[in-house]
Ligand binder design. Sequence first.
Ligand code: AOF
Ligand code: ZN
Length: 371
Amino acid sequence: GIRCELVEEGRVDDGFYIRRCVEIARKAIGCTRPNPMVGCVIVKDGKVVGEGFHPKAGQPHAEVFAIRDAGDLAENATAYVSLEPCNHYGRTPPCTEALIKAKVKRVVVGMVDPNPIVASKGVDRLKNAGIEVTVGIEEELCKSLNESYIHQMLTGKPFVTLRYSLSVNGKIVDHLGEGAAETGGYYSLLLQEYDAVIVSSASITEKFSTLTSQEPGANQPLCIIAASNSSSSIEISDLPAESAAEVIIFSDRQREVEPKLAEKGIETVVQDQMSLDAILEYSKRQGFCSVLLDLRGSINDVKGLLQEGIEQNLLQKIVIEVMPVWVEGDDKNTFVALKTLDKILDIKKLKPKILGTSSLPSSGPGVSPFQ
Ligand code: AOF
Ligand code: ZN
């Protein structure tokens, strides 16, 4: 039969403009911690008259930039925001007041702000001022944009992603593959999303450029080198001469780290037994929201961390690449800890996202692009 939908005038495109908000919010990818990424679009008579995004903590919020961009045209317009406008004085004044002052007629909100200081109070404030408010448009998309901010806000802990590559015959691959770390490569795109990356000390003898994102102007995660259980020591010569990323070494007492590293300004944290919990506590103190636990290089160093992550339920997400390679050898390549993954994961509930092999769309991995 014929399906008839009644759509109020002007409402057809709510999803479209929220998706645009998410798109522009991502311009600040990796740069906003501990704040969320937020985008705002102001629309009048079917035309975009202003756009803005939150570039960095301490700088104005998305709404403020969009209102500035729209000028007088904001009056009687609709403001689309991927996250509920704030109603508090933080580093910056409340966005609700800015929207009221700009005399917008309607506000469309992607998702409510999980920050307990805000949590629906922004929406209430706008409604009390006589502004029409719609909440929860493209909510899943908005949540995936800020998965680490939301997790950190609700649990007080950084969001941890486990990453590894698998060969076509299901073995762990210890290298990244061609082009992965170059501009536009999946690894380069992935790195810029994180505040810190934990890698095995075996990774540092590789070309250091592969430990930094090659995207223009990208955020560089702090490189946390895990060094444990090995007869060899970490020496200055292992480390890159110059690096775009900052480096810190976490080691256990069995692993020798040359004292001269301190003279070079590289901090070393020595623990009796290296623990993921301690690394996450350190990350939290730095104001980090997201940490990538990367199994590239030798898995020896990070085996304990992974085991702990699984047992203590510290992992939030897994990114697995399937590489077009065949790895010979026995099951030593698949490591013990991974075999226990099924105990904590409800595999059926996992939402797979197929992201391709060597390159990804510019919107990058981790967030569902607008398929
Ligand atoms: C918005 N728009 O663009 C962002 C919001 O210290 P402040 O002033 O930057 O406030 C940070 C809090 O404001 C942050 O924890 C989150 O609740 C909200 N972020 N809100 O209306 C934005 N970035
Ligand atoms: Zn705000």
